[in-house]
Write a protein of this length. Sequence first.
Lengths: 250, 250
Amino acid sequence: MSDTLMTPAELEAALREIGAQRYHRRHPFHKLLHAGRLRRGQVQAWALNRYYYQCQIPAKDASLLARLPTPEERREWRSRLVDHDGDAPGTGGIARWLKLTQGVGLDDGYVTSTAGLLPGTRFAVDAYVHFVRERTILEAVASSLTELFAPTIISERMAGMLEHYDFIREETLAYFRPRLKQAPMDSAYALNYVQQHAHTPEQQTAVLDALRFKCNVLWSQLDALYFAYVEPAIIPPGCFVPDDHHGTQG
Amino acid sequence: MSDTLMTPAELEAALREIGAQRYHRRHPFHKLLHAGRLRRGQVQAWALNRYYYQCQIPAKDASLLARLPTPEERREWRSRLVDHDGDAPGTGGIARWLKLTQGVGLDDGYVTSTAGLLPGTRFAVDAYVHFVRERTILEAVASSLTELFAPTIISERMAGMLEHYDFIREETLAYFRPRLKQAPMDSAYALNYVQQHAHTPEQQTAVLDALRFKCNVLWSQLDALYFAYVEPAIIPPGCFVPDDHHGTQG
């Protein structure tokens, strides 16, 4: 913990350094995914588990929205709910994620039931929802700052998956294209917010810790996928078993 | 979900069947641990991470205690707090767990800081605390029922660790011996409680689901350990790195 106040530029640099070290772009599962080195069943497992993250994002945004004090702040944050939930049935990020799970051959009912989810996914995502509900508004906003690093990973994922997997088409990846525009707008707002609202070294430390926490949320989801479906490929009891699974079931 | 009410004996049998399939005694990390096939650094990682589970148990018990309606029920549940927190400094289950972490060569300050903890451990344990805080009293009590299966795994662990690891001595395992008596008393109470209080098929289903949830909490902690320290042995950023680590760091 630093005991001197960073300038806004120094705080941004410190946040970006955390991203460089801890963002899940560096995780071996991401590297396998975008390099085309996963079987279809492993891509299914990723899409299925990641669905739970997508569908809980509005829960965490709504709990923050409920605590924001001004109409200006609430309007800004409300746009995230619109992005994910849409304005009509079949629109919004969650519906677009289902294009992906459909595209890789999963049934909507099975996906949305979350019956085949890895416990590690559920616990990591729920930890994020609880964090945003229980911590300060400043920490809750800061925990969204992984979006600073999203455009690069999304571009890698889209290009790599389209190139390498014959079961992935442009429309399967409908989720990602709008995120290339939404994520930078969201993260610019959140970055400015933490720069303006972290007035003490302790608050700046809390902001950095919130980003570390969030990187852990994303990273450990890929740990769970890698363990269950890549190596040692031991699927926890009751979880999704791909048709082409080469390992064992716990 | 069944729509007929089970007898108390049928409910117990259904609970024991869940344990037979999902309790972490079947996890490959447990098998490596008690068979003596782990390096000292891997046993350190297990003891360090499991400390966080131990130290959060009183948090979950206290939150249930706060919601129990009668002095009789509260006195019964209070004994769990006494077991874990003790009656004086240096007594109780948490202090005895530190005998284990000390015995395998870890510094108390590092262990209790939880600085080197795997995110997967933290999220799983926190999920348990939140579950007990947020679900019905019936589900909270039911989630403790993994203790039905504890004596077998504890016996295996004690015998296996003493036999196979020269850095483990009888007093290092001080935590476990009292648990051989406490766990059956606790689980007998909790089993009777859910048999008496689950009056509908829906409540019985909730009891079974609570035990499945808790098995996942224990299982996924071993998934995270296996992934980081056994295979593929990729330690998440910022987590404990044993001196004898053979893999990489994320």
